[in-house]
Design a protein. Structure first.
Length: 264
């Protein structure tokens, strides 16, 4: 008898610039959509399995201003929190964890110095270190990892980078298709499937969700473990309860969430 598949995870993604949640298309043309405290609280009440916070300008400006947001969220939100953006040292990671993060997502600093990933995994445990892969298609079956929230090229092969990062000890991979991000036209299923084939760790797909059908396709066609969504939740195209119900009707196991009383 085949064991049932574990439930998938639905993860609201909050891109933070200063004190605001912002959203763009292909990581460009950012517009303010609200305050992170409000969004995080709402998604927690609605049954988020985790919450992802990304400071999208931290690497660009060489600083990280997101820790206050994380500290406030950790006092009210009792699901795992992942924090990314501008984490350049072991001290930066420790600061994020001390602020209440459960995991950290690393992109730019890892590509600039891959040994940073192994040092982080050794210090804090692989389960804490997420590879934040921002990949842009460069040809059939080829993608390039970008840094600095999609601003800078690297000249590397994304799938080779995934394999290297896995060998260095990352415990999870967040895969964002730069081409699909914010378009609401569906995920880059080929990219996600190629990462999934190589990964012995959980994979989170991000970039392109326009509705429940896209999310269901992603789970069914790539065997990914989780999906991170932004635009469809921020702009009210669906809600987490409705999305979970749609996925359940498609035969996808979702985590049941007990009703949580909204904060006053």
């Amino acid at each position: 008898m085949t064991a049932p598949l574990p439930p998938v995870r639905l993860i609201p993604r909050l891109d933070i610039k200063g004190e605001n949640v912002v959203k763009g298309v292909r990581l460009e043309g950012l517009r303010v959509v609200g305050k992170p405290d409000d969004f995080a609280r709402r998604y927690y009440v609605h049954g988020a399995d985790e919450v992802l916070f990304i400071d999208i300008v931290a690497s660009l400006y060489g600083r990280n201003n997101i820790l206050g947001v994380v500290e406030r969220a950790a006092r009210e939100i009792f699901v795992p929190l992942t924090v990314g953006g501008g984490l350049r040292s072991l001290e930066d990671i420790a600061g994020a964890l001390n602020a209440g993060a459960d995991k950290v997502a690393i992109n730019t600093a890892g590509l600039r110095r891959p040994a940073f990933l192994s040092e982080a995994a050794e210090r804090f445990g692989s389960q804490c270190i997420v590879l934040n892969l921002e990949a842009k298609r460069r040809g059939p079956g080829q993608w390039e990892p970008l840094t600095d929230n999609g601003r800078e090229t690297t000249g590397r092969d994304a799938l080779a980078w995934v394999e290297e990062a896995l060998s260095l000890g990352v415990g999870e991979i967040l895969v964002t298709s730069v081409d699909q991000e914010g378009t609401r036209k569906g995920f880059d299923l080929e990219l996600i499937a190629e990462v999934r084939k190589r990964a012995r760790v959980p994979v989170i797909a991000c970039g392109g969700a326009g509705g429940a059908g896209h999310v269901a396709d992603c789970f069914l066609k790539t065997d990914t473990d989780a999906v991170a969504c932004a635009a469809i939740l921020h702009y009210g195209a669906t809600t987490l309860p409705a999305l979970k119900a749609d996925l359940a009707r498609a035969g996808i196991a979702v985590r049941e969430t007990a009703p949580i009383e909204a904060a006053a």
